[in-house]
Write a protein that binds this ligand. Structure first.
Ligand SMILES: [Zn+2]
Length: 422
């Protein structure tokens, strides 16, 4: 990935002092198990912080899982010979010379990542569960970079949280207007024009004129032309409607749906604007108002045009700002990172894994299908013809298969999370 390097505190200060610009830079450095995010934030806002996300080490787990994959055996069938032949004899020595004890250790560790209670299970011992039992119910915010990432990435988990009566908010960070085709606008314009005819005998002048103006713009639009502000707003409105439908399907209250429309996205083209404090402020306002016990955030490094990365940066920067301000609610908040339509966490990294039955996977698909403007093609996928719901299902099934191959419970599908320590 171009531009991947770590900015240390010194370099950070030099750059800040030299440039004195209101610029936000985020650098991701991903090297095997380590995910490091460094911030050089807007110095006008006094956001001089260099933050790191360190992925938990899980070194034992990682080595043993790799061994399973190499010798094609589930965890509990690894023998001393398997360890010794593959240069891992020292692990067996650390466990009283018994391979079985290493196997059990790692098996239990992975077993404890699986939970059908992503918000924590109330009134039970939570010492080996990924989430704490209390408080119950929890206030939860799911941050979704585009208006469909929530259901694509963690639709099954959202439904569990709702079934288990948590107080779930969804915050859509960008309008997603770039990814809506002109034909979607035409379809809705036909509808609104027909609406005018049916209910007002075509007498509503605003609808009539707007319909003509939009139609004329689209008819004259040439390949490569940018949309005007009105068309972009209509496209954003179409995505809002789809997001509302998906939320409704998942049982989320309309007051719990937040459209942040972060300004960095609103360039009208694929290349986005630089991030500024105007992108972080709405998130600070939201989290400080709701004071969530759980935050879910996209940590998708492979998103082609960097929108997800910027959205993640904005959320983590907002959390840092709240931390600096001494916000007490943060002491009782956990942040879980999900990955988007493009890739999944390594099993060795996963800290919470939420299983889905075949029916639950189908319900997840139904919510994704509410995003009708995104159904025709999934952009930027190269030769991959699969649509978003297909990619999501394949990925979730594959995660379940990985657990199954290791000898853990065999589920239809699973959604995976890693905790962000702040
Ligand atoms: Zn997205």
């Amino acid at each position: 990935m171009a531009g991947c390097f770590i900015v240390g505190a010194k370099l950070h200060n030099i750059i800040v002092n030299l440039l004195k610009l209101r610029i936000y830079f985020a650098y991701f450095h991903y090297l095997r198990s380590i995910l490091t995010i460094n911030y050089l934030l807007d110095n006008m806002m006094n956001l001089n912080l260099t933050n790191s996300i360190k992925m938990p080490d899980h070194q034992l787990r990682r080595q043993v899982i790799e061994l399973c994959q190499k010798v094609e055996k589930p965890l509990l069938k690894l023998s001393t010979k398997d360890y010794v032949d593959n240069g891992l004899g020292h692990l067996v020595q650390q466990f009283d010379g018994q391979a079985g004890l290493v196997n059990i250790e790692v098996f239990n560790e992975l077993q404890h990542t699986i939970t059908g209670w992503p918000g924590g299970k109330p009134d039970v011992d939570d010492s080996t569960r990924p989430e704490r039992a209390k408080p119950y119910p929890k206030r939860v915010i799911v941050f979704s970079p585009h208006p469909d990432d929530d259901v694509i990435s963690m639709g099954g988990t959202i439904r569990r949280l709702m079934q288990q009566k948590h107080d779930v908010h969804i915050a859509y960070e960008t309008s997603g207007n770039i990814a809506v085709g002109d034909e979607e606008v035409r379809r809705f314009m036909h509808f609104i024009n027909g609406f005018n005819t049916i209910f007002a005998n075509g007498s509503d002048e605003v609808i009539k004129h707007s319909y003509q103006a939009v139609k004329a713009f689209l008819n004259n639009k040439k390949e490569g032309d940018l949309d005007n502000a009105q068309i972009l707003r209509l496209k954003g409105l179409i995505r809002r409607g789809e997001a509302r439908l998906a939320c409704e399907y998942n049982g989320i209250d309309s007051e719990h749906i937040h459209f942040l429309d972060l300004p960095f996205y609103e360039s009208g083209k694929i290349e986005k604007l630089p991030m500024t404090e105007a992108d972080v402020t709405p998130i600070i306002e939201l989290i400080s108002e709701i004071k969530p016990h759980q935050i879910y955030v996209a940590a998708d490094l492979a998103d082609p045009h960097g929108t997800h990365r910027k959205c993640t940066d904005a959320v983590l920067a907002a959390i840092d700002e709240q931390k600096k301000a001494g916000a007490e609610w943060l002491n009782d908040c956990r942040v879980w990172m999900y990955r988007g339509a493009w890739a999944e966490w390594d099993v060795a990294d996963i800290e919470m894994c939420v299983p889905m039955s075949p029916e639950e996977l189908r319900e997840k698909r139904n919510a994704i299908l509410r995003h009708q403007s995104q159904m025709e093609s999934a952009p930027f996928l190269g030769n991959d013809e699969r649509l978003f719901w297909q990619r999501a299902e394949d990925r979730n099934r594959q995660t379940a298969k990985r657990y199954d191959n290791l000898g853990l419970a065999c589920y239809e599908a699973m959604e995976a999370f890693v905790e962000y320590k702040f």
